[in-house]
Every structure is written in structure tokens, then in C-alpha cells.
Write a protein that binds this ligand. Structure first.
Ligand code: CA
Length: 472
């Protein structure tokens, strides 16, 4: 006779997504005050060279949640989830794999792309993934209004509302405070269940607008905030349709109060950095509330905690405030994982890792069957045992702009960016940055080192470049 099934003692997962979070935290040696994330880094594994696959929210999240690079034009865009929901046959997403394995799966806030996981046409962004998915409630009921929320329930109006706000309100005066409360309540409910859980919680800040309660602005001495170490455009990169340099777009002129057609003043620069810092400190405090509840419920000892930034952000670097570039600043983001029983907690992992690695990693750590065809490699050994293990030689990221596609490949030393014409596959521009000599990517040296370009290009020859026209 078969043994009766014992209690399901598999580890839970608390997966925290933070929108537009670059590694500017205290634990990364930078200036942002982030005590809760610093604590998580001390207790778990902090990755210093984690790169996303796309420098925009929807595409990055889609790639991470499905564990794959692009195979369709839509995968490069914020419409990736809409495209996915329309397909008759779909890949199995990470939360769906956990759900099929008997986990209770829950999404709160911006985990896929929409702040409630629902496409504009009312369909689920990730069909089959979640037992329940929810977005903001109360005065923030309309999820996209909440996503762009100002104090008092106001939302963004293009060209009308400001880029920053520092209202004298408590944490729930902005939507992320509510997301934290919802996550705390959900944890309390999940703690009583027999099945293990996969709870994903998505915070909105520090995505624009840079709105946070005043007390988080007051953590910083405004005049002491340093501007970017490389506020100029990089040399050797032409400002044309191919490359991604710009100073208009997501921030200016959509939001008011900062920026002109000519760029940013020094005051703008400092104010935007101050706002970003305040927003991150605000989110750090909300994450701290959720982690404290996890502790209080006795769940910390059997729950893996992941904090993931969906991509980086230029804080004035290269004359840019925003993402949507193929530079290190857009592609490098926060990743930390705390798992029970980890060896050498607090030892950081400096090897190259990618967002697509998270799916096979969590599947392995939780003994959940992963589907065939995932593009990532498991980081389980790096997390549980040895942070010095190297699992990959390069990380490839993708972008597209107009009629061009780009691959941006990071190796241990270099970043190689190739721009292709979509219709023909012909290379139209190449950028090479040497991170040993030039960590801020201030000079494109592709013309000076053609043999390095050639050698790295051979390594990236297998990179799929999408020349299809399917999808949006
Ligand atoms: Ca984002």
C-alpha cells in the first residue's frame, strides 16, 4: 500500500516586484535609505549583476514570468500579456506551474503589467496563473488611476499633473501603502491554509510620477544629493533614430514642473533624484511591513522571499531620466533572494544572472516541475550554497525602436549593443563599452576595437532576432 501523503512542507514563495527599481540602495553601496531591503540582503543573497531582458515594464515582466526570450514582436512591448491571452496555445507561466503543482497562487498589485492583472479587454493577463488576482481598492479602485495616483485620489493627466508630489499624508495616502496592507491581510489568510503559497506583490513606486509621503522626502538633505556622475551623452554614439538617446518622452513633456525641450536644469536634476530616492525609501518601508508580517505569522522559516526590480532607470545618466535604453542603467536591476537555511547569508553574488533565470530557480528550490523550453538557468546553488558559482557567460537583453531591433549583450567585461533593421536583419549600428575601464558607459569604443566586436558578435550569433510581424 502506498504511503498516505504527508503534510505539504514545500517552501512558500513571497515574490515582490518593484517597478523601475535600479540598484541604488544602501546595500548596494549607494545613497538611498533602504533599511528593510538592506536587512533582506544581509539575510539572503543579493545579486550585484542581475540584468533584465527588456527595459520596459510589460515586456520585462512577461519574459521573467514565462522564463523566455522573445519569439514574437509583441514580446518587445507592454502589450505582451494581451498578445499572450489571445493565443490558443500558451506557454505555462511560472505562477501557473506552481498552481498546477498544488500551490495557492495570488497576485496583488502590479505583477504582470496592469495593476490588477487584467487586460484592457477584461481578460486575465496570465490565464490560468492565479487563484486570485487583485488591484487597488477603495478610492484607488480603478487600477490605472491608482497606478498614476496623487494624494487625495487624483490621477495623472498628461501635460497637466506634476512629475513629483510630496503630500503630508501617511503611507496609505498613496496606493503602495494600500498594496502593503492587502499583502499583509493575504499573508494572514494564507498562513492558515494547508497548501503552500506563491504570493506575488507588485509595488508601483519608484515609477513616475515620483509621489511619496513627505516624511520620506524629509529623510534626505536636498542640497546634499549628488547629481549623476555621467550626466552627458556618451561619446561615439550618434543621436539619430537608431540609438536610444533622448531627453523627451516618458517624463518630459508628459509631466509638468521639470524639463524643457533643451533638457534638464541642475535644479531639475537634483529634484528628480530626490523624488526617486524618496519613492524608493517609501517602498522600502512598505516591503518592511510585509516582511514583518511574514515574521509575525511564523512564516519566515518556510518562505522564500524574492525582491525583483523590473528594470533599471537613468537618474540623469546620459542626459536621460527614464528607461527604454539598451544601456547598463536601464538593464541592471535589483535582485535579492532569501531562502531558509542558506549558507553564507549576506555574501553577495557578483556573477552575471538574468531575469529569465528566476523561473527555473524557484521551480528547483520548491520542487515544482518546470516545463521544457525555458531559456534561463537555475541559480539555486548560488542562492543556497555558493554565491561564487558562475552560471552563465553573458546576458542578452532586447529592445526595439521604430523599424529597428537591438540586442544588448553583457559579458563579464563588455557590453555589446547591435542595432538591426527589422525588415532585413542588416546591422545598422554597433556600440561597445568596456566596463573595466568605463563602468558608466561614457565612450563607445566599437570603432577602435573591431576584433573584440567580432569575437563578441560570434558569441551572440545564436541570439534570436525577431523579424516577424506577428503580434502588435
Ligand atoms: Ca517598470
Amino acid at each position: 500500500m502506498a504511503e498516505p501523503p504527508g503534510p505539504d512542507d514545500r517552501l512558500n514563495v513571497l515574490f515582490i516586484c518593484v517597478d523601475d527599481l535600479r540598484p541604488e540602495l544602501g546595500c548596494y553601496g549607494e545613497d538611498i535609505i533602504s533599511p528593510n531591503l538592506d536587512r533582506l540582503a544581509r539575510e539572503g543573497r543579493m545579486f550585484t549583476r542581475h540584468f533584465v531582458q527588456f527595459p520596459t515594464c510589460g515586456a520585462s515582466r512577461f519574459s521573467m514570468l514565462t522564463g523566455r526570450g522573445p519569439t514574437a514582436a509583441a514580446h518587445y512591448t507592454n502589450s505582451a500579456f494581451e498578445w499572450h491571452a489571445r493565443q490558443e496555445s500558451r506557454v505555462v507561466s511560472m505562477p501557473e506551474a506552481f498552481r498546477r503543482a498544488g500551490y495557492t497562487t495570488v497576485s496583488i498589485g502590479k505583477v504582470s503589467h496592469a495593476p490588477d492583472g487584467v487586460n484592457p479587454d477584461g481578460s486575465a493577463e496570465l490565464p490560468g496563473a492565479w487563484d486570485r488576482a487583485s488591484g487597488p481598492t477603495g478610492q484607488w479602485q480603478d487600477s490605472w488611476r491608482a497606478f498614476f495616483g496623487y494624494a487625495g485620489g487624483r490621477t495623472r493627466e498628461i501635460g497637466v499633473t506634476p512629475a513629483i508630489e510630496q503630500a503630508d499624508v501617511d503611507d496609505e495616502g498613496y496606493p503602495d501603502g494600500l498594496i502593503a496592507t492587502m499583502a499583509e491581510d493575504e499573508l494572514a489568510a494564507l498562513a492558515d491554509a494547508d497548501e503552500p503559497f506563491f504570493l506575488a506583490v507588485g509595488f508601483f513606486k519608484p515609477h513616475l510620477p515620483l509621489n511619496a509621503p513627505r516624511k520620506y522626502w524629509d529623510l534626505y538633505d536636498h542640497n546634499a544629493i549628488e547629481i549623476s556622475p555621467n550626466p552627458q551623452r556618451p561619446r561615439g554614439v550618434e543621436d539619430n533614430a537608431v540609438n536610444t538617446l533622448y531627453h523627451r518622452g516618458e517624463l518630459y513633456p508628459r509631466y509638468t514642473g521639470v524639463g524643457t525641450d533643451e533638457g534638464w536644469s541642475l535644479d531639475d536634476h537634483r529634484l528628480l533624484r530626490h523624488g526617486y530616492f524618496a519613492c524608493v525609501s517609501y517602498v522600502d518601508a512598505q516591503i518592511g511591513r510585509v516582511l514583518d508580517r511574514l515574521d509575525a505569522l511564523g512564516l519566515a522559516d518556510n518562505t522564500i522571499v524574492v525582491v525583483w526590480g523590473d528594470h533599471g532607470w537613468h537618474l540623469g545618466d546620459h542626459a536621460i531620466f527614464g528607461k527604454h535604453t539598451t544601456f547598463e542603467r536601464s538593464l541592471r536591476s535589483v535582485l535579492m533572494v532569501r531562502t531558509p537555511g542558506t549558507k553564507r547569508p549576506g555574501a553577495r553574488a557578483d556573477a552575471l544572472v538574468a531575469s529569465v533565470d528566476l523561473y527555473p530557480t524557484l521551480a528547483e528550490l520548491c520542487d515544482v516541475p518546470a516545463p521544457a523550453g525555458l531559456d534561463g538557468v537555475s541559480l539555486a546553488t548560488m542562492i543556497s550554497d555558493d554565491p561564487d558559482v558562475q552560471v552563465r557567460d553573458e546576458v542578452v537583453s532586447y529592445w526595439r525602436k521604430g523599424k529597428y531591433l537591438a540586442t544588448s549583450m553583457r559579458t563579464d567585461r563588455y557590453r555589446l549593443v547591435r542595432w538591426y533593421e527589422k525588415a532585413t536583419g542588416e546591422t545598422v549600428a554597433v556600440e561597445l563599452y568596456d566596463h573595466e575601464e568605463d563602468p558608466n558607459e561614457t565612450v563607445n569604443i566599437a570603432n577602435r576595437f573591431p576584433r573584440i566586436v567580432e569575437r563578441l558578435t560570434e558569441r551572440s550569433a545564436a541570439v534570436p532576432v525577431d523579424t516577424t510581424t506577428n503580434g502588435k
